[in-house]
Design a protein around this ligand. Structure first.
Ligand SMILES: *[C@@H]1O[C@H](CO)[C@@H](O)[C@H](O)[C@H]1NC(C)=O
Length: 946
């Protein structure tokens, strides 16, 4: 009985105080639209949209000019190769090599290139040194594996002429049906089509052609150069965009393609009520004062889209690093005679186009969201298991102004008993904005500051950006130029632009020599004043260039290998992160620790190396609200270590907003408060009570649940599941929940929260998808379909640490509490992952991974780990870490009389007895049993019989 219900609750904790508050009204800010292109101001976007309109208008009188030459087709070892011919005129056909790879994971990959460019058989204009071929190295940055070809994929012998059919995937449940003329592909599962390429006929590969002078039939005004906002982009290879329509028949929802400040379920983009007028754009940019509910581009891009319908999730990954736009249109089946078997359902059609590069698309047929996360992660990598401190609370502002200031903030947190793990320094710590230096007046003693932090096992994060100040006598710029490691302009000279330091040059991390050099800069004897508890924030890596086109680099700039910036733009950010990661890996010989890097710009694959945040948001309720779908969307897009600036970056939040933001922020995988230099100080101890008390409670709740968070991070690191999960991901059958993006689940713990994101709210509606019992986290009130912002779904075992400490490092040896929420059948289960939270020893077995299971009145702990060379030694260090308390919620009635339980632990000969206390409750609150000090080892196998 999976009935959906809306439940509402009186949100008592804050009730009395929030309604008293008159609220400051923050002036609304909006982005400068004139700084960023609309589709109509981008030559290739306009051309591809116009092409789609033209094709639609012609209807059945038109046929796509692309056909697969049947005589060219070869299939061998899981790979189909052939040549697509594009008919340009009666006597001109352009040859486009096609490779379709069927991967062992069940993913299919379609790559289409252009023979003439591939062979270098074209002329380059503007005297540019740019490469001739289409960019084909995005995979070098984005992919790490998963490319093994399927051994079992085979041609389907039962195929009509004009088609090639390949059976592939697990048990050959999948089939790719390739239609030769016009070229299109249907990806089928269990006999039904789930993904279609080019069935609308929008496929477009702008082939190379020489420039024709004089009047032409087509509008060529943006083919060879293009001007926007006073910047002219030379286009040495002429028009070279690629486009393709991808349809999801019977799928009403599509998610993904971050980063946009928009709802989780993506909107249509061709106008109409509630829809966007512009396509979703992916062109990593420093968008000042970004607007909400918008398809505008932001700082990062992951061109990975999932389509979801009842009990089926499929996806596509468009591996292209150039500027990309995606149009989305939905239609009902009756309007589409081809959509057999999906009558009456909504179909979503997406149209993708990129300025340059290949068509390179991966198709995932699921059918579960977890299958998609896993296979996508096999390709692009899983979230790096972070150091433990990184999942705790981070305190940042632009700026802590002196080393004494940092030390004082550190002391104040302790005085007010608010835990925190990391304090951050924005650009003002630098000497004249030169990275790898300290301002000698304001930060005369950085090591003293770091030592004080280290005494409470706290860390410091400092900002290091890719723009290097052009200044005589600055050793970093001197080395970079001497070694020729900077990005070049279109004429092959070192590029100069403006950023924080004024005139600057940009390190070109596409160059292996630049990675090597960058790595050397972080050694303790080079980046003086840093200790091992210092970590790095890579900002402005889109790259942000204040005087550049759309606040970034000219597209005709040249990178290592003579790739144009246009080709690589969206991976630029992660090349810096990649180099920084290598740098942090081993700052001193033999001292290997997991790096921590926060990045603003990103692409698919960034999850292997970094955390992200949603950039420069504002202290408004709307920005607080949008942070939830943004973080959730990053999670399902493979990059779950995400968060938004708590409190809002620009402007001063009201006390109520700041408080609500902390209550929401504790649910971001990356939990950091940050503020603009022009804002008032807002460290949580500065706010008056009762707000201070409420914020402290929220942060402590985060700390209490760190074992559950770390376990969720571990899960993300091995199978790609999001750390916080949206409704559809957890309840893929419940259609009413698919578009819900304002509540979330923490990992697999069954913890469901709905942060309050509106002013003056005294009640919250939580959507419950199933007939399971839900218990209030704090008082165990049972909601079978009712109320409250933090619920525990019945059937889970949640690990916690209940002793308040100053930092997570100081909790390392603390005992655990297990909360057992029984389901309707009186059962529960959960997992726990623990390691040293710092080194890579877990890769050699130094970890604890347990499964807790409650069934038939017995709670047991079983080992899920596999042994490695470091297991025994690690378990020895953890021998003293035990479970100090267990709370069984809603136990069987018979337990009222229970006074004790029997404990059997491995390695002990006799069973022991532990006392048990039953608490009955009234008013809809569940009874519970507390097991006091069962004293079982967290790394041990044991059983407790009640
Ligand atoms: C950084 O990039 C280089 C070159 O592609 C690669 O060998 C290295 O493994 C990358 N590092 C990380 C952390 O991904």
């Amino acid at each position: 009985m999976a009935k959906s219900r809306l439940a509402s609750i009186r949100w008592t904790l804050l009730l009395s105080l929030v309604i008293l508050l008159g609220c400051l009204v923050v002036p609304g800010l909006t982005v400068k639209h004139e700084n960023f292109k609309k589709c109509s101001q981008s030559g290739f976007c306009k051309r591809n949209r116009a092409f789609a309109d033209d094709v639609s208008a012609k209807g059945s009188s038109w046929s796509s000019p692309y056909e697969l030459d049947p005589s060219s087709i070869e299939f061998k070892d899981g790979k189909l190769q052939g040549t697509i011919l594009k008919t340009v005129s009666a006597n001109e056909k352009v040859r486009l090599p096609l490779v379709v790879s069927f991967l062992e994971s069940g993913v299919a990959r379609v790559v289409i290139d252009e023979e003439k460019r591939l062979k270098g058989d074209i002329e380059i204009r503007h005297n540019s040194r740019a490469r001739k071929e289409r960019y084909n190295e995005a995979e070098k940055w984005a992919l790490v594996g998963g490319l093994e070809l399927s051994k079992s994929a085979s041609l389907n012998p039962d195929t009509e002429t004009g088609f090639t059919k390949v059976l592939y995937g697990p048990d050959k449940k999948f089939q790719a049906v390739i239609h030769h003329a016009p070229f299109n592909v249907e990806f089928q599962m269990d006999g039904h089509t789930h993904v279609q390429f080019n069935n609308k006929g929008y496929m477009n590969m702008e082939h190379w052609r020489p420039k024709v002078d004089g009047d032409t039939e087509e509008d060529q005004s943006t083919w060879w150069e293009e001007t926007f906002g006073g910047n002219t982009d030379s286009k040495p290879r002429g028009p070279e965009s690629v486009g393709l329509d991808i349809t999801f028949p019977g799928y009403a929802h599509v998610f993904g393609i971050p980063e946009h400040a928009d709802a989780l379920s993506l909107r249509e983009t061709r106008g109409g009520s509630g829809n966007h007028e512009e396509p979703y754009r992916m062109h990593n940019s420093d968008v000042f004062e970004y607007e909400l509910n918008s398809p505008m581009t932001l700082y990062g891009s992951i061109p990975f889209m999932q389509a979801h319908r009842k009990d089926s999730t499929v996806g596509v990954f468009w591996l292209n690093a150039a500027e990309t736009w995606v149009d989305i249109v939905k239609s009902t089946a009756s309007a589409n005679p081809l959509s057999l078997g999906v009558g009456g359902k909504t179909t979503t059609q997406s149209h993708w186009f990129s300025e340059s590069g290949q068509i390179d698309v991966f198709v995932f047929l699921g059918p579960t969201p977890q299958d998609i996360s896993k296979t996508y992660g096999e390709l692009t990598g899983y979230t790096q298991l972070p150091q433990h401190f990184a999942i705790a609370y981070h305190q940042c502002r632009w700026n802590y102004v002196t080393d004494e200031d940092v030390k004082e903030v550190d002391v104040k947190f302790d005085r007010y008993q608010i835990p925190y793990d990391v304090i951050w320094l924005d650009i003002e710590y630098l000497d004249d904005r030169q990275y790898f230096t300290w301002d000698p007046l304001t930060f005369p003693n950085p090591k003293g500051m770091e030592e004080q932090l280290d005494a409470s096992d706290r860390k410091l994060v400092v900002i290091i950006d890719p723009h290097i100040k052009d200044k005589d006598g600055y050793w970093v710029v001197k080395e970079m130029l001497n070694k020729d490691l900077a990005t070049k302009n279109k004429d092959g000279e070192v590029y100069e632009g403006w950023c924080w330091p004024g005139a600057s040059h940009w390190v070109d991390c596409f160059n292996p020599e630049a990675i090597k050099w960058w790595t050397s800069l972080f050694k303790y004897d080079r980046f003086k004043g840093t200790l091992p508890n210092v970590f790095i924030w890579n900002d402005m890596n889109e790259p942000s260039v204040f005087n550049g086109p759309e606040t970034t680099m000219p597209k005709d700039n040249l990178h290592y290998g003579n790739w144009e910036h246009r080709d690589i733009h969206n991976v630029h950010g992660i090349t810096l992160v990649n180099a920084t990661y290598d740098a942090l890996l081993e700052r001193k010989k033999g001292e290997i620790r997991r790096p921590f890097i926060l990045t603003r710009s990103y692409y698919a694959g960034a999850q292997r190396m970094s955390a992200m945040w949603t950039g420069d948001n504002q202290a408004t309720w709307e920005h607080l609200a949008i942070s939830l779908p943004m973080v959730l969307n990053n999670g399902i897009s493979g990059f779950p270590f995400a968060g938004a600036d708590v409190g809002g970056f620009f402007h001063n939040p009201s006390k109520e907003l700041l408080t609500r933001w902390y209550q929401a922020g504790i649910w971001y995988p990356f939990f950091r408060a940050h503020a603009h230099i022009d804002t008032r100080r807002r460290e949580p101890y500065l706010i008056s009570d009762p707000y201070r008390a409420i914020i402290s409670q929220a942060i402590r709740l985060r700390y209490q649940l760190l074992p559950a968070w770390y376990t969720a991070f571990h899960e993300a690191s091995v199978n790609g599941t999001p750390i916080v999960r949206p409704q559809y991901y957890v309840h893929p059958s419940d259609e009413q929940g698919f578009a819900i993006d304002d509540q979330l689940y923490l990992g697999a713990t069954g913890l469901l929260t709905k942060p309050v994101v509106s002013e003056g709210a005294t009640t919250a509606d939580v959507y419950i998808a199933d007939g399971e019992k839900y218990y209030d986290y704090f008082d165990y009130t049972i909601y079978q379909a009712q109320k409250v912002p933090l619920l525990m779904q019945g059937g889970h075992i949640i690990p916690r640490k209940d002793r308040p400490r100053r930092s997570s490092g100081l909790m390392k040896w603390d005992p655990f509490t297990l909360v057992i929420t029984l389901d309707k059948n009186g059962e529960a289960e959960g997992t726990l992952y623990v390691d040293d939270g710092e080194t890579f020893d877990y890769q050699r077995g130094a970890y604890i991974h347990r499964r807790f299971h409650f069934q038939a009145s017995t709670l047991s702990s079983e080992d899920l780990g596999t042994k490695g060379p470091k297991t025994a030694e690690y378990l020895k260090t953890m021998a003293g870490v035990r479970v100090e308390k267990m709370i069984v919620i809603d136990p069987p009635k018979e337990w009222q009389e229970k006074k004790s339980a029997t404990v059997i632990e491995e390695g002990t000969r006799t069973a022991s007895t532990v006392s048990v206390e039953y608490f009955s409750q009234t008013g809809g609150k569940a009874p519970y049993v507390v097991v006091k000090n069962p004293n079982v080892g967290i790394g041990k196998t044991w059983k407790i019989e009640f």
